[in-house]
Design a protein around this ligand. Structure first.
Ligand code: ZN
Length: 267
């Protein structure tokens, strides 16, 4: 009997909690970031940095289309308030199309710029190591960072502050287990001396450009014997970068522009 009573009490608590939640929705429900009215749970639009109600959504032309959702993701609350103030009414579908077209145009321009610069460095390369190209004619360094994303960086020779090739050596002590022999009834342990293996755990090169801008190229990131082919190969690659950068350093610095003082004699 008490368990039935318990269930009834539980039921009453749950039902009254729900009623209280509904009655007080205005107090705890989500508020519109612009007009601060409480919004129904299913009617809000998500902007980049907040959510807004249906009334505010409609006030700038946003509807319930997928185009609206897509555009809203990039619009801030501040921007939308500005749109309201200036009574800007957009057509979400047309706006999204225009936005995509602009993005495509920008990507094409970026692609073209990348290939123009890369072609120049390919044709006028003085020395090259991996993604590093230099051209004495332009006195510039080209870093071909990512071909897929058309990412690159160009520096003047003068901007190369320093470079450093680093390798970390590890000496591994291999303890040989001694063999045990019996001579004249006495146990002797013959222990060989420890064997040493020279290993390299990392090879990398830092290039520092002006403005404390450091670029790192990693050639080896795990421990392998120093005399292994892989290690020699990694070292060769790193040394090639070093030679290219040394060439840049060896170029005579352009003398700074002369400052001429014009002395005008006073009366
Ligand atoms: Zn609102």
């Amino acid at each position: 009997m008490t368990s039935t009573m318990g269930l009834v009490i539980m039921g009453v608590i749950v039902v009254s909690s729900i009623i209280i939640m509904i009655k007080t929705y205005n107090r705890w429900g989500p508020k519109c970031a612009i007009c601060h009215r409480t919004m129904p749970l299913n009617g809000m639009l998500f902007l980049k940095d907040g959510k807004v109600c249906n009334v505010c959504r409609n006030s700038v032309g946003f509807d319930h289309s997928a185009a609206t959702v897509e555009l809203a993701k990039d619009i801030t609350v501040a921007k939308m308030i500005l749109m309201q103030e200036n009574q800007i009414l957009i057509d979400p579908t047309a706006k999204l199309q225009a936005k995509k077209a602009a993005e495509k145009k920008q990507a094409q321009a970026q692609y073209q710029r990348y290939h123009e610069i890369k072609d120049y460095f390919k044709d006028n390369v003085t020395l090259r190591a991996g993604d590093l190209y230099i051209s004495d004619t332009r006195r510039q360094i080209f870093l071909d960072i990512s071909m897929d994303q058309e990412k690159y960086e160009v520096y003047k020779y003068e901007e190369l502050v320093d470079f450093e090739l680093k390798q970390t050596h590890v000496i591994q002590h291999i303890h040989e287990d001694g063999a045990t022999t019996v001579v004249n009834g006495i146990w002797y342990t013959i222990s060989d001396s420890d064997r040493e293996i020279s290993e390299i755990s990392e090879i990398y090169l830092n290039m520092t450009f002006s403005g404390q801008n450091t670029k790192t190229r990693v050639f080896l990131d795990h421990t392998i014997p120093a005399d292994s082919i892989d290690c020699q190969h990694a070292l060769k690659k790193a040394e090639k970068y070093e030679r290219v950068l040394q060439h840049v350093k060896d170029q005579p610095r352009k003398s700074p522009a002369k400052i001429t003082f014009t002395v005008t004699s006073g009366k």
